[in-house]
Design a protein around this ligand. Structure first.
Ligand SMILES: [Zn+2]
Ligand SMILES: [Zn+2]
Length: 258
């Protein structure tokens, strides 16, 4: 009881010293960990209709086939089964993902992951294993942490699912892929991802939810899915914070740091 009172008093003092502020612009908010009204309207939250595989928002549900796929995924289904994204990678969502990635703004992870849990509620099924897309250890020297690992941990915890931050290993750093042709991307990603030995027997027959901060070309996720399937995973779904909109001429150079 005394501890609870002390904690409440402590929170009261903290709120006076550091009033809850908008995660993005720092304006006053009602509650810590949220956005102010002005930033929230800049947040491109994704809702239906979206393609069930590539997660791209669609102008009309009439554009989706009976299984919820866009025309492009109907022609060529992505390597993963179902794909979900919390946001379009644009405006405020883009600001947050980039700051989480490069500016140590770890408080964004909880916010983004909360929305990923919402977007992925139907694929975060009971018994699924949550696995983040790994970065190469050289990248960790400059960035110190892998943003997908943070997001995955929050997502798994929120749904009470098993979490495997070390299931996949990236064997080499790859170049930025966005400018390459599909064939060149596939070549570059060939054999880049591997399931660590201690996980190989534990993946058999399991459903895996692969987590990343963003979905751009899909080449990285495809390499992960192949490694997981080769190790016996039965189904692999993909859950990301932001999906880069299909927009010709969009400069994704800065953003795709594989
Ligand atoms: Zn704000
Ligand atoms: Zn699609």
């Amino acid at each position: 009881m005394a501890v609870k009172l002390l904690r409440a008093a402590g929170q009261f003092v903290l709120d006076r010293l550091y009033p809850p502020a908008c995660l993005l612009c720092g304006a006053d908010t009602m509650q810590a960990g949220l956005l102010c009204g002005a930033c929230f309207v800049r947040l491109p939250v994704l809702g239906p209709p979206c393609c069930a595989a590539c997660a791209q928002p669609q102008a009309s549900s009439a554009l989706l086939g009976a299984d919820g796929l866009c025309a492009s995924c109907e022609r060529r289904h992505p390597a993963w089964e179902q794909g979900r994204a919390a946001f379009v990678y644009d405006a405020a969502a883009r600001d947050m993902i980039l700051r989480l990635k490069y500016a140590d703004r770890l408080e964004y992870a909880a916010f983004l992951a909360g929305h990923m849990v919402r977007a992925g509620q139907d694929i975060l099924e009971a018994g699924a294993l949550v696995v983040p897309v790994p970065v190469h250890r050289w990248r960790l020297l400059s960035r110190r942490y892998n943003q997908a690992v943070l997001l995955g941990r929050y997502v798994a915890r929120a749904r009470g699912l098993d979490y495997g931050p070390d299931v996949l290993e990236r064997l080499r750093a790859t170049v930025r892929l966005a400018r390459f042709s599909r064939g060149a991307r596939r070549q570059e990603m060939q054999g880049v991802m591997r399931v660590r030995a201690r996980w190989r027997t534990r993946l058999r027959g399991r459903t895996v939810v692969l987590v990343d901060d963003m979905l751009t070309t899909g080449a990285t996720a495809t390499a992960c899915v192949q490694a997981l399937r080769d190790a016996g995973a039965q189904k692999v779904h993909l859950l990301v914070a932001g999906v880069v909109p299909e927009r010709p001429g969009l400069d994704i150079d800065l953003q795709e740091m594989q």
